[in-house]
Every structure is written in C-alpha cells, then in structure tokens.
Design a protein around this ligand. Structure first.
Ligand code: MG
Length: 373
C-alpha cells in the first residue's frame, strides 16, 4: 500500500469573545487536518496544530513530496523522519497512517492496537476561565454550572493568571457552587514558584472534591514538584507540553507527580503518545491525556485510554478521565462523538469509526490571509 495523495485542510475560527488562561487570551481557534489516500483508495485522516502558514508551506514544499510513494506500513520510520523537519506535523501523519492500516484490516483503531478494555471513557469539562470582563468570576461560575447541569461530573478551571487573592476568590466560589456534586481540577499552566504553590495548600485541605492541581510550577523543576507533592493534599498533574515518553522520565523517576498528561499533538506521533501512557502504568501512576485542541486528537486519546489497563480496582473509577474542551470551538464538533452524563461511548466501525463533517470543514477553511493569534 503506497501513499498516492495528501490533502490539507487548514481551518480558522475567530472567537466571538476572547478567553484564556495564565498564558493569555485566545482570539482564534485553529485546526490543521490532513487526509492521506493510498494507491488502492483507502484514506485516513490526521490532525496537528501550529501556526497555519508554517504548516501549509511545510506540507506543500517538503512533507507531501516526501510522503508520496512511501509505504503506509512504514509509519514509525516515516514519522521519525518527519519530526526532524516539522515536529508538530508528525501527529497528523501518524494518525492518518494508523487509520489506513486499521481500515485495511477492517478493524477499529482500538482493535488494531490490541483491543479495548472498556466501551466508555469518562471526560471532564475543561474551561479557559479568564475573560477581559471585570465580572469574569461570575461568568466562570455560570459556564461551569451549565456543564454540571449538562451531566459532567468533573471540571477543570484555570488559576495562575490573576493575583493570588483573585484566583482564590474564584476557586472558592466555584467549590461553593459545586457543593460536593463534582470533582474540580485547578490548572496554573506552570505559573508559580514553590512558595506560591504552597499558598494553595490550606484551601486545598478544606475540600475533598479537588480532582488534581495541574502544573503549579514549570515542569522542569522536578525537585520542587517532589517537595510540593509530598505536602499537597491533592494529586499533582503535569506534562502536557512534553514531546516524548523519554521527556517524562525525570518526573516519573523522581515520583514528582501523581498524574502525567501527554498530548497526542505535542508528542512525536500517536505511537510515542501511547508509549508515554504505557510508561505511566510501569511507574504505577495515573495518566489523563491533555486534549485541548482538536476533535480527532481527542478521539485518538479516547482510543488510547480505552486500550490502557486499569490504574485501580475501584468500581467506576478504574480509568482516568480525559479532557473535554467545553469552550466555544467549532472544531470540537468535526466528528459526531459527544459525552452523555460525562461519559463518551467509543465509535466501533473500521478506522476511527466516524466520518468528519465536510460541511464544517468547508465552512471554516482558512483563506490564506494573515491572522494574529
Ligand atoms: Mg494544563
């Protein structure tokens, strides 16, 4: 089976109202899809994220000419080569080639990977809590409350981008609203030092419904993580920006976190992502994939989580929840996979088992003009 054609679909959506985290506001959401078609007519979709002009030129000038004529089954070799030229592009190519091989065997991606341990995966509603409105705390409370009313039992909110006392007011207000009916994670996006992280401990001690504290400090400060983990009353999570399983090793070897959060699009392809997840099991810690961008990426994270052995024997809590972007973003609807009561049932057909919404893709095709993120 030979790669005959590669199509690209750069997508852009301008947000009605910017939202953000400790890293700043997002004014746009983007998505870059590729479709690889073989000489015998089998196709597979992939997704990656980066500055759209960089991806478009990279695929047109270098990656597509390189891929044409190559064997689909040489996936890991092709991805290893591509990542040297364009690291972020490798996730899309690994996804598309994975799907083609699974489809050719008439298997779902999960079955191709060795079979699913479970048919449903829990997801948590993930929020970008900050807006430029002075009333951002009330806005945050309303959107989290809506998600809980929609059936989510887990949510993630942001800290680290405002003064400590303001974030504290936000978190306490959310926990009062939740009133024990959901688990809540707080995510600082590596905003603090150890001393500021410790200021959260009295608040975290007052409530047993915190899911985890995500990336309080830069993740390369492994010793500080180790110290903080020893004192924190809640689990510590991190690692969403790491690019390989090997980069997780310092956190794992030092027992510096309770949960790792690999992201399919940040790792060197789907196979590396799955290696990272498996590594967590070898070290006896949890893994909750980070999935902020993209519906295909989220689907692959769900498939990988379905293939992962349980982390616990606790009834109903044996697999970790996956991030579910709950913000305004049409690209989360590219495939028709939605949660019900905070659980997603996996599609079963060959490959990814679902069709992409071509109307949605056509409606948001980037026109090639400059844009500012
Ligand atoms: Mg995060």
């Amino acid at each position: 089976m030979i790669i005959e054609r590669v199509e690209t679909y750069p997508l852009l959506y301008k947000l009605g109202k910017p939202y953000g985290d400790a890293n700043g506001y997002k004014k746009y959401r983007t998505c870059f899809l590729i479709r690889i078609i073989t000489d015998n007519g089998v196709d597979g979709w992939g997704e990656c994220i980066d500055w759209l002009p960089t991806l478009q030129v990279g695929f047109k000038e270098r990656l597509i000419p390189f891929l044409i004529g190559k064997k689909v089954t040489d996936r890991t070799m092709l991805v290893k080569k591509v990542k040297k030229w364009h690291r972020r592009a490798s996730s899309s190519i690994s996804m598309a080639l994975t799907e083609i091989v699974a489809k050719s065997a008439n298997l779902s991606v999960c079955d191709y990977w060795g079979g699913r341990w479970r048919e449903t995966i829990p997801v948590y509603a993930s929020f970008q809590s900050y807006t430029d409105s002075p009333d951002w705390i009330n806005h945050s409370i309303k959107i989290v409350e809506k998600a809980l009313n929609d059936g989510f039992g887990h949510a993630k909110i942001k800290v680290g981008g405002r003064a400590f006392h303001e974030d504290l007011e936000h978190v306490i207000s959310i926990m009062d609203m939740v009133d024990g009916h959901a688990q809540v994670a707080i995510d600082a996006n590596q905003s603090y030092d150890l001393a500021t992280s410790k200021k959260w401990i009295p608040t975290l001690q007052m409530n047993s419904n915190y899911m985890w504290f995500e990336e309080p400090m830069p993740v390369d400060q492994v010793t500080d993580y180790k110290i903080f983990r020893a004192q924190s009353p809640v689990a510590i999570a991190g690692g969403e920006n790491l690019m390989s399983a090997a980069q997780l090793l310092p956190l794992l070897r030092e027992s510096a976190v309770d949960i790792i959060q690999p992201d399919v699009m940040h790792m060197d392809g789907v196979d590396e992502f799955r290696s990272a997840m498996q590594l967590s099991r070898h070290f006896g810690i949890r893994t909750s994939p980070h999935v902020f961008d993209g519906a295909l990426t989220r689907l692959y994270a769900l498939f990988a989580q379905a293939n992962l052995s349980p982390w616990s024997k606790m009834n109903g809590e044996e697999i970790e929840p996956i991030e579910w972007d709950a913000m305004e973003n049409p690209f989360t609807m590219l495939v028709n996979v939605k949660p019900s009561k905070g659980m997603v049932t996996l599609p079963e057909g060959p490959g990814i088992g679902v069709e992409l919404d071509m109307d949605l893709i056509q409606a948001h095709l980037w026109d090639g003009e400059s844009y500012i993120e």
